[in-house]
Each structure stands twice: as C-alpha cells, then as structure tokens.
Ligand binder design. Structure first.
Ligand SMILES: [Zn+2]
Length: 338
C-alpha cells in the first residue's frame, strides 16, 4: 500500500489536492481533550494523514463514555485506561504513518504554553469553558490558530480563531463566565450524532487551515443542531479582533482551581499542585486491604464504601462519590493520606 493510494480519494478533492496532502503530512496538531469531540476530531485527522498529533487528556475511560466516545471500548473502561493512552493506542492502529504523542495531564495556565509551542493548529476537545479560555489565551500568545468546538444535547458551536486576524473566543463570548452559568452535558445530556455533526464541521475547518485554504474557512460562529435540522453561520467576515486580549495582550486570568467538577461524570478533580509524586505500587498493596484496587502504569483506582478515588502518577486525583471539593479532599486524606 503506497501513501498515494491511501489518500487518493482525499487528494482527488480539488480543495485538498496532492499539494494539500503534502502539507497535511508536514503538519503538527495539538488536541486538548479526547472525550467525545476529541475522539471524532482525532480519528478524522489521523485517517486523513496529518503528520504529528499530540493528545492531552486528564480523564480515565468509563462505561458511561462509550455511548459517544468512539475511540474507546469496554476493555478501556474495565482496565481504567487513561483516555489519552487508550486514544493513542487506537489511533496508531488506524494509521501508522502518523506520529502520535499522548500526555495524561490537565491543561492549565501553568503548562499550556509548552503544549502549544511548535504546533500549527490546536483543536478543542475539552468539555469546559475554563480550559477553552486557557487554550484561547495561549494560542493568542503564540500566534497559533485554534478551533473552538462545543456540543451539548443535540446542538453545538464551532469557531475558527486566527490570532490577530479573526475574533477570538473572548471577542465572541466575552470574559470567562463564572462556573455553573452555562448548560453542560452533565445537566442537558448529549447525543452521539450531535457530536459527530459538530466534529465534522470542526475537522473540515481544521483541514482547510492545515492545507492553507484560509479563504475557504466559514466566516464566523457556526451553530449546528441535528434534532432541529440547523446549520447556521453567523457572518463575522471583516470583523476585527476587539477584546483586550487580542488588542492589548491583556488577559483576565482566573486562578487555577484546587478542586474542580469534571463534566459528564460527577467526578471532582484535585490538582496535584506541588505535591510529591505518589509511590503507586506501595499504595496499591496498602489499599488492597481496604477496598477494590485497579492499577496500571499510569494510575491507581480504589473503590471503597461508595467512593472511588483515582490517583495519577503525577499526584493529580479524581474523586467520585463526594458532594463537593471539601468532601473529596476528606476522602483522599482518609484513604490515601494527604
Ligand atoms: Zn479576542
């Protein structure tokens, strides 16, 4: 099988062509979050022959993800595979030409610049606005284009952002709204076909950007609703970037949260901030007497008395079965020690 025959149908489309395919092969893309949208975006780009894909995700595969997160299977959920690792394994089987790099980490204001540096494009596969503003600001700072994509229930939004050329997320949505203001897939639910429709729009915008067809980009915010049959583009053509971040480099950055509720799972994350790295094998043998322990090279998961605690090798912790951050920290202190 030659490279040429592999991508023949994509090259035959005049919007891509042989030249576009070559550019795609030289492209480096960062995908932040590989849940539902991230799965679909990654699969499209990897099958399409992007050169280098870096995946960052902070979460672990669960059975409740399988309805819409197309890269994962029941083994991934049973064995508590980190999403980044499970996605990379699956993607490398789809196309061995693509170099895939996986990071099990939470993207925040402290580490985002390192992930964005050297990329040609950043894709949004996250499930929360806080991380999107972090990505938006880092991309403005590094002059890397990025594509915002969000989906909930049966509808979603897509926006391509070219720093200093088109309006950014802050220009369009204003300053970061406080947590809890907007609907999430936790409260509204989500249909898999809606994910596919939104990902289809975002992945097509990504292809345009990567092959240098900027003139073909949709001219503003795209709204999709698969239930009501909507594909609507708000024309912002010619509108200049206007927010203080775009025009003066001023960002109203929120503090990094110590604890945070992850979307769609009822799981609370406790940041690893300055903690020592845990000794997972020692912890695993100690905790085996207390409850049900699953561990692999990336993490350890304890289930005991209705609570579930997942501790990653970098010290970051996810807690299920707690009502709030304080209770989550209490559970960790009780079982793991602080
Ligand atoms: Zn802006």
């Amino acid at each position: 099988l030659t490279l040429r025959s592999r991508y023949a149908r994509q090259e035959a489309f005049t919007g891509i062509g042989r030249q576009g395919q070559e550019r795609l092969r030289g492209a480096r893309v960062l995908l932040v979050g590989t849940g539902a949208l991230g799965s679909a975006l990654a699969e499209n780009l990897v099958r399409g022959g992007v050169g280098h894909l870096t995946i960052v995700d902070r979460d672990v595969v669960e059975f409740g993800n399988l309805q819409r997160q197309f890269l994962f299977d029941e083994d991934d959920a049973r064995l508590a595979h980190p999403k980044a690792v499970a996605a990379a394994r699956r993607l490398s089987r789809l196309n061995s030409d693509v170099t895939i790099e996986a990071h099990v980490a939470d993207v925040d204001r402290r580490n985002v610049a390192g992930f964005v540096r050297g990329q040609h494009l950043v894709l949004d596969g996250t499930d929360n606005l806080a991380t999107r503003y972090v990505v938006n600001d880092a991309c403005l700072g590094a002059s890397v284009p990025w594509i915002y994509a969000a989906v909930v229930a049966t509808h979603g939004l897509v926006l391509s952002v070219r720093p200093k050329v088109t309006p950014c997320l802050r220009c369009v949505l204003g300053d970061e709204p406080p947590p809890g203001l907007l609907p999430t897939c936790e409260t509204e639910g989500i249909l898999a076909p809606a994910v596919m429709a939104v990902a289809a729009v975002a992945a097509t915008e990504a292809l345009k950007l990567l092959v240098g067809r900027e003139a073909a980009l949709l001219p503003g915010l795209v709204r999709v609703d698969v239930w009501d049959g909507v594909l609507e583009v708000t024309d912002m053509q010619g509108q200049a970037p206007s927010c203080p971040a775009c025009t003066q480099g001023l960002f109203e950055a929120r503090e990094v949260n110590e604890t945070e509720l992850l979307c769609g799972s009822g799981v609370i994350q406790i940041a690893s901030r300055g903690k020592q790295q845990p000794d997972l094998p020692t912890l695993a043998s100690r905790l085996a007497a207390i409850g049900d322990v699953v561990s692999n090279e990336h993490l350890l998961r304890l289930r005991a008395k209705g609570a579930e605690i997942t501790i990653f090798s970098d010290g970051r912790t996810l807690v299920r079965g707690a009502r709030d951050g304080a209770e989550a920290r209490g559970l960790v202190a009780r079982y793991i020690g602080s």
